[in-house]
Write a protein that binds this ligand. Structure first.
Ligand SMILES: [Mg+2]
Length: 210
């Protein structure tokens, strides 16, 4: 029988990493001599491909140079304040006990995503960490499709904190669960406009849906 799988976004969904991410964006922009944007300007863009983010945040700069700077800085600092959200280990454990295969499907590249997942102790709770390695990013369905192929599983839910995650899940034919936390990447109005099947403030209610 084909295993059923649940796909999770990483940043803002499983891990509370927004502070480190925003700081790395601001540092990468400052390094190129441009004024770093305020955190509330960076926050709603998180989850887009790096190049698109820098093209928006510092249009007069070289987005490729800043993307490389971001990766270098973020790799050095990505666990300064980042932690898994409090309910994550419990939720992943229960879902696995129910027989689900669990995959991270993130816009980060796979090596970077694996480093973060490993550093925060989540790797043993997951079947796969699938990054976006040179194919179209969410809201395109590619990262979800790659993950499901890699673990030979049938997708059930896509869980994420942004409209990009909801779009990717919908495009891949999965049900979609949005986690809309206080001070999250996208606010509830934005999330609801994307039409997810379910919106909650944590991952715990997912356990009653599957
Ligand atoms: Mg996210």
């Amino acid at each position: 029988m084909t295993r059923r799988a649940i796909c999770f976004d990483l940043d803002g969904t499983l891990v509370d990493s927004l502070g480190d991410i925003i700081n790395a964006f601001r540092a990468a922009i400052a390094e190129q001599g441009f004024p770093p944007p305020a955190a509330h300007v960076v926050r709603p863009l998180v989850g887009l491909p790096l190049h698109d983010m820098f093209a928006t945040l510092a249009p007069e700069g070289d987005a490729d140079v800043m993307s490389e700077a971001y990766k270098r800085i973020h790799r050095q600092t990505f666990t300064e304040t980042s932690t898994p959200f409090p309910e994550v280990v419990e939720v992943l454990t229960v879902l696995r006990d129910k027989g689900f295969a669990l995959a991270v499907t993130t816009t980060k590249d796979t090596p970077m995503a694996r480093e973060l997942v490993t550093a925060l102790g989540l790797l043993p709770h997951l079947d796969l960490v699938q990054g976006t390695d040179g194919f179209p990013a969410k809201p395109a369905p590619d990262v979800v499709d790659h993950a499901l192929r890699a673990i030979s599983a049938e997708g059930t839910w896509m869980v994420g904190d942004t409209t990009h995650d909801i779009g990717a899940g919908q495009a891949a034919g999965l049900r979609t669960y949005a986690v809309c936390r206080p001070e999250g990447t996208h606010d509830r109005l934005m999330i609801e406009a994307a039409g997810p099947d379910h919106v909650e403030e944590s991952l715990l209610p997912l356990l009653d849906l599957v």
